[in-house]
Design a protein around this ligand. Structure first.
Ligand code: SF4
Length: 256
């Protein structure tokens, strides 16, 4: 990865986006694009993860498959029993019928419960098909298509969205949907770059650029971040000395 000359607070969004990518790539380290789970697991786990901790999502997923055996069993299960199996998620009574409807539609349209056909579909076809399912939005569809099928899309979750807005890669009022297109237009259509950009900004939002009190002194983006400039002025030594840190060492190391 090549480095580029430092940029300023007044740089164009495209320059900030690429600099953000280069700096966070160095800061967090490069990631290979390897599927972390099967396409069906990615899809259903993402549905289970809405406003739910990773631990509770995993618990729900494991209980669901232990109780009903496989996707056919989950699809045919009494909905109240499925809701009970996934009770550690935020809205089990909503998610249970939704998951069963998604499974039914996949089976009805593809003849089996598998998403492997998406490998041969175009990115646009895949996005449209997935987003026609109940409860599946652009973020979930993008996660499945990027992680499992190497399609050039960019999942925008709340952390990626917040970092992009604060740095000035997108406008302060750009929605997550708009951010998806704006950021894609500024990044190369390379799935490995898009995966790294997604994961690095996601971690950054989780571990440094917190929602309420970002820990700006530890942040390698402060030399061109709009939020830093607005709150503390340019990141001179003097400004940095006066910038509050919100890091708590007891939180431990970054969880990849
Ligand atoms: S400088 Fe502060 S607000 Fe800007 S990206 Fe870094 S942590 Fe977030």
């Amino acid at each position: 990865m090549t480095s580029e000359p430092p940029i300023s607070y007044a740089a164009e969004p495209a320059a900030k986006t690429w600099q953000d990518h280069l700096i966070l790539h160095e800061f967090y380290g490069p990631l290979p694009l390897e599927p972390r789970r099967t396409p069906m697991r990615e899809l259903i786990s993402t549905l289970l993860s809405h406003r739910t901790t990773h631990r509770d999502e995993e618990l729900a997923y494991t209980r669901m498959l232990e109780t009903f055996g496989d996707w056919e069993g989950v699809m045919a299960a009494p909905t109240t029993e499925l809701a009970y199996a996934i009770r550690t998620t935020r809205w089990p009574d909503t998610q249970a019928p939704r998951i069963q409807e998604v499974l039914r539609r996949i089976k009805a349209e593809q003849g089996k419960i598998s998403l492997d056909f998406l490998a041969d579909w175009s990115t646009e076809q895949g996005l449209e098909w997935l987003m026609a399912m109940p409860g599946i939005g652009l973020k979930t569809a993008s996660l499945v298509l990027l992680f499992n099928f190497r399609k050039p899309v960019l999942p925008i979750d709340t952390h990626v969205h917040r970092v992009a807005q604060r740095v000035g890669m997108i406008g302060p009022k750009a929605s997550a949907e708009k951010a998806h297109k704006l950021l894609l237009d500024m990044l190369p259509p390379d799935p490995v770059v898009l995966l790294n950009f997604h994961k690095h900004n996601y971690w950054h939002g989780q571990h440094i650029c917190f929602f309420t009190q970002p820990d700006c002194p530890r942040c390698p983006l402060k030399d061109f971040c709009n939020y830093y400039l607005e709150h503390y002025g340019p990141a001179t030594e003097e400004a940095l000395a006066a910038t509050p840190s919100h890091w708590n060492p007891t939180w431990g190391e970054l969880q990849h």
